[in-house]
Each structure stands twice: as structure tokens, then as C-alpha cells.
Design a protein around this ligand. Structure first.
Ligand code: ADP
Ligand code: F6P
Length: 489
């Protein structure tokens, strides 16, 4: 990953995100192994190269002792990463609790977890206190490493309290905040007991960014309706101070995927997969095993397709690669068992002694294996119930320039706004509709596939992660200059 290797600087950038791009595994008292973390934020930011960047975040592991902390800090420094050490209790309350059990489902319109809704409501205040405390710990580390002129770019729903903490340290710090999830309708946001505190803190940033115009609009509405502030075409105004709010749709480092397809190891892998699935069309799902990804709904739609189309039963296979994520949160544990149960039932129902219709893997694939899989796929199925953007759909398109496969894409993913014209858009809650889209995709004529693919390929290769980051940072610089001009006038 070039991002982590260092390069000549244009501008110093401090990227602050809950998760570092590498996760640490302890190998001994003072030795650590680093592995690339999985997730959209990491994928996008690793594609950003034109800054002298440092990444501040949590290494995904509890390190209670000083020897371990010192050794890990040193190992991470080689990757231009700076750790924030969070103890087990904070991780439990802040990350598992407030971030993943409250904000995450709410921002994706899924409501609080059904079974323990009352318990969640009761623990709300202590979890929010832990959230604020964790955000303050991130701010302390940023402040320690900050140099005048740095751009501080805060990411995601884990760090909504950070802009406020940073500006309290230094009101002149250039602070941007970007959300990688949807921002929900203000009617959803207003159910949060901490609704105003979160909004007020985010408004301390100079520039606030979202993947789509709709999310930005929801945020501005929340500020006007909940805080009574004024929304303008530029953003939100509070007593003469403007916070710029805008849409900055993210992308991927498409060249990296396209180049990977030329690597001999990937070509070999493509050959193996093509032989392995000869005579069958390959359908693919690649997701974190997350409640928002609509994995059970996707599998049920595939079952319906097989049920209604007996002639396809031994001619199509669904490969679902689902890397486990947030495994300490009960809702995620339930999802894993649910998916296993459904896959087992369908394979029992439609499998033969020599083949099963669904291959489900609970793991992450390395980059080259993933590119090979994308390249051999005939139909990709992205059925998120809600998704900030969804970069898997972009990665699939980048790897499909020879095959020109079809993308079935949820209308509730941010990517529907950019890849909608090339994809078959579906409502993932409507299993009948998804099943019939599978038929449409499998039967699509080559000219139609070519036309749809071309549209998406041009988008994915021109709206890259690099362009996204440059636009955001340059807009942040301009916003700060404009604000200074306004105050001196
Ligand atoms: P999210 O931000 O919710 O994680 P995205 O679709 O935007 O969703 O990004 C997911 C990223 O994680 C992509 O870069 C994808 O390649 C990677 N990823 C997801 N599942 C797997 C997996 N099973 N193996 C390897 N990488 C994965
Ligand atoms: O896109 C949302 C997000 O929370 C990102 O911040 C992150 O890349 C991804 O999901 C993975 O989540 P986690 O860091 O909780 O494993």
C-alpha cells in the first residue's frame, strides 16, 4: 500500500478515524503483526496518495501494558500510523455500544435492536459518556501531533464529537468531518437523546461532507429543525458563523484493481476459477457480515429464483464472501447464525451429490483473490438495506472490463446515484423483484451488458478516491480562507 510507504509532501494531512488501516495482532511481549483492516473507509483512504499523511486511530486491540504500547507505537510509525489506546471498558461502551448498537442501526434506518431495545435505552447515557470520553482521547492524540497548517480530517460516526474537542484545543485548526454512512432523515435523528450535542459538535468543523446530496440535505434539515439554525445553500449558519456542508461522493483507486488483473498470480487464479465453475454462471456477493448488507434477503431472493427457474438450478452458483465484523455485538452474532441456517437449508434443498448452489465463506479474501473473483463473475449482487456508498460495487465494475458482467444494486446504497444507469436497481426488501432481476441479469444480451458496463466503468475510473480526497481537502482550505476574509471585512 503506497499510502503507508510515505511520499513527497504537498500538504500535511492528519486523517483521524476510529480504525487504523492496519489491525494489530500480538505475537509476543513486544512484537506485533500488522494486517490490513477490512472496510470501505480503509479501501478509499489507501487510494489517497498526494498528501503527506498520518493516520490516527485505534489498532483494534486492547494493549494494557506499557511495553506492548511502546512496541506497537513503533511498529505503527513505520506505516505512518499513530495509535489511540482504548481500554476494554471504553471499547465495550463506545465502539460496541454507542457506535455499533445505537448510531449504526439508526443511521441506516434499522432502529434500535428489537430484543434489547429497553436495555439499550437504559444504558444510553453511560454509553454516550464513553463516546465523548473516547472522542476526547482521539482529540488528545491529534493535539499532540498537530503542527500549524495541518489539515485535520475526521471520519465517520464514531467521531462526531471530535470537531468540538479539537476546536476547544485550537480554534484555528482546519477541521473537516466526513460521514461514510447515510445521514438519516431528521425524523430519525431527532429520536436520539444526544441529537443536539452531536449536531453542535459536527458544526464546529469548517467543512462537513457526505457521500450524497440527500444525506447533506438531511443533515441541514436536522440542524434547522432540531437546533433552530438557519440552513443556506452553502451549509448551516449560527450567529454569523457558517459551517460548509456539501456532498463529496467517494471512489476507489480503480487503477490498482485494473493493474492487479495483469498480475500472473491473479491470471492463474482467474484460470482456476473459470475451470472450476465451467458450465455455470457465477453470481457474487462480497460484504462485511453486517445487518445493513441485506445478506439473508439476498440469499432468500436467490432461493426464490431457483424455485421459479428449475432449468437454472445446475447452471448457476452464488459465491457469498462475508467477512465477520463487530463480532462482540450480539446483533452481529445472531446474523451469522441466521445466514448459516438459511444457506444450509437452501443447499440441502437444491444441492446435488456433486454441486451446491451457494458457497458461503465467513472470511476475508486477500486483494489478489478478490480481484480474480470479481473478474470471473457474471452477476454481482449488492443488496444493502442501506449503505453510505458501497465500494464493492465500484470494485466489481473496475474488474469487469473484459467480461462486462451485470451489477444488481440496491436502490438504498449511495452508489445507486452514481452507478444506477448501468446497474439493475432493486428494492432489496422485495425478494420477488430481486429474484426476477437475477433472471434479467443472467439472460441479458451482450450489447446491453456492454452499454451498461461502459457507463459504470467510465464513472468508476474517473471519480476516484484520489479525486475525492483532493476535492475535499481543497474545499476545506478554501472554506477556511473565505471564513478568514469574512471576519476581517
Ligand atoms: P463498508 O464501508 O460497509 O465496509 P464498502 O462496500 O464500502 O462497505 O467497503 C467494503 C470494503 O471491504 C471493500 O473494499 C471490500 O473489498 C472489502 N471487503 C468486504 N468484504 C470482504 C471480504 N469478505 N474479503 C475481503 N475484502 C472484503
Ligand atoms: O463505512 C462504515 C464503517 O464503519 C467504516 O468506518 C469502516 O470502514 C467499516 O464500516 C468497517 O467497520 P469497523 O471499523 O467497525 O470494522
Amino acid at each position: 500500500f503506497e499510502w503507508l510507504d510515505g511520499r513527497p509532501s504537498k500538504q500535511r494531512l492528519l486523517v483521524v478515524a476510529n480504525r487504523l488501516p492496519v489491525s494489530a495482532i500480538r505475537k509476543g511481549e513486544d512484537s506485533w503483526q500488522l494486517e490490513v483492516s477490512v472496510g470501505g473507509l480503509v479501501t478509499a483512504l489507501l487510494g489517497v496518495k498526494e498528501f503527506e499523511a498520518r493516520w490516527i486511530g485505534w489498532a483494534g486491540v486492547n494493549v494494557p501494558d506499557e511495553i506492548g504500547q511502546r512496541a506497537l507505537t513503533k511498529a505503527l510509525a513505520e506505516k505512518r500510523c499513530i495509535p489511540v489506546f482504548l481500554d476494554e471498558e471504553i471499547v465495550h461502551q463506545y465502539y460496541n455500544g454507542y457506535c455499533n448498537n445505537i448510531l449504526w442501526p439508526l443511521f441506516h434506518y434499522l432502529g434500535l435492536p428489537q430484543e434489547d431495545r429497553l436495555a439499550t435505552t437504559r444504558s444510553f447515557q453511560s454509553q454516550f459518556d464513553a463516546y465523548k470520553k473516547a472522542n476526547q482521547m482521539f482529540a488528545d492524540v491529534v493535539n499532540e501531533h498537530y503542527e500549524e497548517g495541518d489539515v485535520v480530517w475526521c471520519h465517520d460516526y464514531h467521531l462526531m464529537f471530535l470537531p468540538k474537542c479539537l476546536k476547544e484545543y485550537n480554534s484555528k485548526m482546519k477541521v473537516g468531518w466526513f460521514l461514510h454512512t447515510p445521514f438519516p432523515s431528521s425524523e430519525i435523528h431527532r429520536t436520539l437523546p444526544s441529537r443536539s450535542d452531536l449536531l453542535r459538535s459536527v458544526l464546529c468543523a469548517d467543512l462537513v461532507g457526505f457521500h450524497t446530496y440527500d444525506y447533506a440535505r438531511h443533515f441541514v434539515s436536522a440542524c434547522t429543525r432540531i437546533l433552530g439554525l438557519e440552513g443556506t445553500p452553502e451549509g448551516v449558519e449560527d450567529q454569523g458563523r457558517l459551517t460548509r456542508v456539501a456532498a463529496f461522493p467517494i471512489g476507489i483507486d480503480s487503477d490498482r484493481f485494473i493493474r492487479a488483473l495483469e498480475v500472473p498470480q491473479v491470471q492463474e487464479h482467474i484460470k482456476e476459477l473459470t475451470e472450476r465453475f465451467a458450465g455455470r454462471k457465477v453470481m457474487l456477493g462480497v460484504d462485511r457480515l453486517d445487518m445493513i448488507k441485506g445478506i439473508p434477503q439476498k440469499i432468500l431472493a436467490f432461493e426464490k429464483f431457483l424455485e421459479e427457474n428449475p432449468s437454472w438450478r445446475d447452471k448457476v452458483v452464488l459465491l457469498q464472501i462475508a467477512v465477520p465484523t463487530r463480532t462482540d455485538v450480539p446483533e452481529y452474532q445472531k446474523l451469522t447464525s441466521q445466514v448459516h441456517e438459511i444457506v444450509g437449508r437452501i443447499n440441502g434443498r437444491f444441492g446435488t451429490l456433486t454441486a451446491v448452489p451457494i458457497h458461503h465463506l465467513d472470511r476475508s479474501l486477500d486483494f489478489h483473490a478478490l480481484c480474480a473473483l470479481y473478474a470471473v463473475t457474471d452477476v454481482a449482487l449488492v443488496t444493502s438495506l442501506r449503505d453510505g456508498m458501497n465500494l464493492v460495487s465500484y470494485e466489481f465494475v473496475a474488474c469487469q472490463d473484459s467480461k462486462k458482467g451485470v451489477l444488481i444494486l440496491s436502490e438504498f446504497a449511495g452508489a445507486a446515484q452514481s452507478l444506477g444507469a448501468g446497474a439493475i436497481l432493486v428494492n432489496p426488501w422485495n425478494i420477488t423483484e430481486v429474484a426476477s432481476s437475477i433472471g434479467q441479469a443472467l439472460n441479458m444480451l451482450p450489447e446491453e451488458r456492454e452499454k451498461r458496463h461502459r457507463h459504470n466503468f467510465v464513472h468508476v475510473t474517473t471519480h476516484t478516491a484520489q479525486e475525492w480526497a483532493e476535492t475535499f481537502v481543497s474545499e476545506l482550505n478554501d472554506t477556511v480562507v473565505e471564513a478568514q476574509l469574512r471576519t476581517t471585512q
